[in-house]
Design a protein around this ligand. Structure first.
Ligand code: BCO
Length: 565
């Protein structure tokens, strides 16, 4: 996309200027949530104004590199112009209107940020998805959400085309590619001639802004819906005190565009603080490229999954001279104390772990300036009151293990997801008495630090992903070799834990070569569902442990894997 093709214009009709201090006050409970809020108009366009007045230094808001020489640098002013053009593409040739849901399945390309901001400007509900999604995953998402629009890259187009006839609600397909493709609108072509005049829709604070698909123990992923304020105001304190960002900082958060961590670390928290978001579009994750990038670009702040740091500490880090790195963050899965120590020993930098969920964002964190207790995920982060509770919803004293929960009193925090769309039963199941329950077990110590223990259910946390066993079992059962299977977590030195499948084979496959059949089943799962879910370990068994009513006892297999009695 390069530089803007038109002269910088002033932002469209101005909404309210919501200062950073106002956003902080909302999080602290010192100021009520404003009734109307739109991140594009109320935050991004205000930074654009500050660039004009010199209150923000002249530096990029988005800095993207391809790794093959291509580079994009946009100031807030440029981001404003380009995202208004993108908003006009969605609204006019795209035919999409406020409240419509739009699936956005793009890799880390600049257009992902443009479409994201354009959805805010037009009041469209943004539904990001990883490009690892298969045709089956896409079909489920489009049908469950009744999406009206879809924006995808070329690599995803064939999977979309395979299922689109089964999605009667889908009206608009936009392709982000330099090439055109029959049946698709070309985002690039329409963008070139779109107007840069667009005033942001005056969205309500609690109006739906985004839907994230999250995995649970049973059933297909649920649709966690967030509002304009839960995303756009809810990460103010996290950006300031956990990410420690200022307008002079440049943050590189490695999360895939499909996860809420990309929204937190590559959109809302940095841009609330006026910082620069750095992106390196690696086709395939590579630790050496990551380290080289830190030596080439003035990245001050790095955020990636503990699995990435586990990979990095295997390298000779002392060989690398990081240009400006000063603050390192991690989250998505538990961080081992040893990895933290190795990172600190080799780089001199602390690792600040945070803990959160798609539904509620950041819950606990090791804030900048706070003493770090190795192995702990830090203290509760405002606006949350974090507690450990028992099965009856009673608060447990320090030192006792229970479920990590967030208080719903005096009111449900504004930064929460609003609901699981079309699933009031699952939404209600997240509440126990006066608390929202995370489904994670933990302990609080007498100093108020929280320690992660594990999931209260069968969800597997691997490489920063949360994977529902049912989704993997459903993929396996589609293979003729599989009579039934049970999928559980198994320890792994790099990925923390991995997906392991116990498989009962059908008669014709019982004499197959186990290694070859393992590979075949792994490839099969990668084809049926998003590849990151595939079982990295497979064990063939004669039968699975079951309850008297025939329910598979995954806990028995999990305990066996983890050497628990
Ligand atoms: O390891 P394998 O090579 O056997 O398999 C990999 C890929 O090669 C393979 N794959 C990917 N695309 C494929 C494909 N296979 C076939 N066809 C395709 N199109 O599938 C496997 C994917 O595994 P991966 O994603 O773990 O890949 P990789 O390269 O090992 O990456 C490592 C990490 C650490 C970079 C990656 O796992 C990662 O990014 N993890 C972090 C996830 C994350 O951001 N989580 C945050 C979620 S939001 C949250 O927690 C809320 C907090 C508030």
């Amino acid at each position: 996309l390069g530089r803007p093709v038109c002269r910088p214009l002033h932002a469209g009709p101005r909404l309210r200027a919501l200062s950073l201090a106002d956003c902080e006050a909302v999080n602290r409970g010192d100021r009520p949530l404003p009734e109307r809020f739109n991140f594009a108009g109320d935050v991004l366009d205000q930074w654009a104004r500050k660039e004009e007045t010199g209150e923000r230094p002249a530096r990029p808001a988005l800095w993207w590199v391809s790794g093959q020489g291509a580079e994009v640098k946009w100031s807030f002013g440029e981001l404003g112009i380009l995202s208004r053009k993108a908003a006009n593409v969605l609204a006019q040739p795209g035919g999409l209107a406020r409240g419509d849901r739009v699936a956005v399945i793009l890799p880390r390309v600049p257009e992902w940020w443009l479409v994201n901001v354009a959805c805010m400007r037009t009041g469209l509900v943004f539904m990001p998805g990883t490009t690892q999604l298969t045709a089956k995953d896409i079909l489920y998402r489009l049908r469950a959400s009744k999406a009206r629009g879809l924006v995808a890259s070329e690599e995803v187009a064939p999977a979309v085309e395979a299922v689109v006839s089964e999605c009667p609600d889908l009206k608009t397909k936009l392709l982000v590619s330099p090439r055109s493709r029959p049946g698709w609108l070309s985002f690039q072509e329409l963008f070139q001639c779109a107007s840069a005049e667009h005033g942001p829709v005056d969205t309500g604070s609690r109006e739906p802004a985004a839907i994230y698909f999250t995995s649970g123990t049973t059933g297909s992923p649920k649709m966690a819906q967030h509002s304009h304020s839960s995303l756009g105001i809810g990460y103010t304190l996290c950006g300031r005190h956990w990410l420690d960002l200022k307008p002079s900082d440049t943050i590189w958060n490695l999360s895939d565009t499909g996860w809420i961590k990309a929204a937190i670390g590559s959109v809302f928290a940095p841009w609330l603080q006026g910082a620069c978001v750095f992106v390196h579009q690696m086709a395939q994750f590579d630790p050496d490229t990551l380290l080289d990038t830190l030596t080439t670009y003035p990245i001050t702040t790095l955020c990636c999954a503990p699995t990435v740091y586990r990979m990095l500490v295997q390298k000779d880090l002392e060989r690398y001279q990081f240009l400006q790195l000063r603050h390192c963050l991690t989250g998505g899965e538990p961080l081992n104390a040893e990895v933290r120590e190795q990172w600190k020993r080799q780089t001199g930098l602390d690792l600040h772990e945070g803990y959160g969920q798609t539904e509620v964002g950041i819950i606990c964190a090791n804030l900048k300036g706070q003493d770090i207790k190795p192995g702990s995920m830090g203290k509760g982060v405002l606006p949350y009151d974090v507690q450990i509770i028992d099965e009856n919803g009673n608060i447990l004293p320090a030192g006792e293990e229970g479920e990590i929960a967030l208080s719903l009193k005096p009111a449900r925090p504004f930064s929460f997801f609003s609901e699981y769309v079309d699933n009031p039963g699952k939404t209600a199941a997240t509440e126990r008495g006066a608390f929202y329950v995370t489904g994670d077990r933990g302990v609080r110590d007498s100093d108020g630090y929280f320690w992660f223990v594990g999931r209260a259910d069968d969800v597997i946390i691997t490489s920063g992903y949360r994977i529902g066993p049912f989704e993997v079992e459903s993929a396996l059962i589609e293979h003729p070799a599989v009579v039934e299977s049970a999928v559980v977590s198994s320890p792994d030195p790099v990925r923390g834990e991995v997906v392991k499948a116990f498989v009962v084979l059908s008669a014709p496959f019982k004499s197959s070569d186990p290694k070859q059949l393992t590979r075949e089943l792994q490839e099969h799962v990668k084809n049926v569902t998003a590849p990151y879910k595939y079982p990295r370990k497979v064990e063939f068994v004669e039968q699975l442990p079951k309850t008297i009513t025939g329910k598979i006892k995954r806990n028995v297999l999990r305990d066996q894997e983890w050497g628990r009695t």
